[in-house]
Ligand binder design. Structure first.
Ligand SMILES: [Zn+2]
Ligand SMILES: [Zn+2]
Length: 212
């Protein structure tokens, strides 16, 4: 699996494009693109690499991860996958945008609900879905065993963890789920977070202050 990251919108969110090198089928993960310049970046990347997007996957539905959902849906007409427990975040997103004074075009509703242990396949690549609530009630991560990597959204960051003071957050639940679902991956797995730089399971297990 190949992966490209983009950092978008005023909240500095990481959007990812993952693809299969053999078939050029791809998925967009967390569509945070905020304006036409950021839409163009995604469009040009897909075009110049001849990638064919087949799905939009959401780790969770906080507003910084869904700004571009309407645009992806309108441009590519692909199904939007999200865990059912985060639909309430989508319902709340217009209020959140107004609260934070951010321009927001409403997100479409998910087409397909994600569940723990689902497998998402594009070309010859597979993402394993793991349910990791705590930062958001319906937060999932996507694990690709082939490339020893996981897209972990706002669960764990380099040296930190996701905030749990937003509606639906639960600090202890987040810590327990990171240990059960992320720190059980091999140490050399790379973790691609929703904000900031990539890290690894081993580094976070040994140095993350929330666990040491
Ligand atoms: Zn979040
Ligand atoms: Zn975020």
């Amino acid at each position: 699996m190949r992966l490209q990251s983009f950092t978008f919108n005023p909240l500095g969110e990481n959007t990812y494009i993952a693809w299969c090198e053999d078939t050029l089928q791809s998925v967009i993960i967390d569509a945070g693109m905020y304006n036409s310049h950021e839409h163009t970046q995604i469009q040009q990347f897909l075009q110049s690499n001849n990638l064919n997007p087949i799905a939009l996957l959401g780790t969770h539905a906080h507003i910084d991860h869904i700004f571009g959902n309407w645009w992806v849906k309108q441009t590519y007409s692909i199904p939007y996958y999200l865990h059912a427990d985060d639909v309430k975040m989508i319902d709340r997103s217009e209020t959140m945008a107004a609260l934070w004074n951010l321009a927001y075009t409403p997100s479409p509703s998910p087409d397909i609900f994600l569940n723990h242990q689902d497998q998402i396949t594009f070309g010859n690549q597979t993402l394993e879905v793991r349910f990791v609530p705590g930062h958001a009630p319906g937060h999932v991560i996507f694990v690709n065993h082939n490339s020893k990597s996981a897209i972990v959204g706002d669960t764990v960051f380099q040296g930190s963890i996701g905030r749990t003071d937003l509606p639906g957050g639960n600090h202890q639940l987040l810590l327990d789920n990171i240990e059960a679902q992320i720190f059980t991956l091999p140490d050399d797995f790379t973790l691609y977070s929703g904000h900031g730089n990539p890290t690894t399971v081993g580094v976070e297990k040994n140095t993350n202050p929330f666990f040491n």
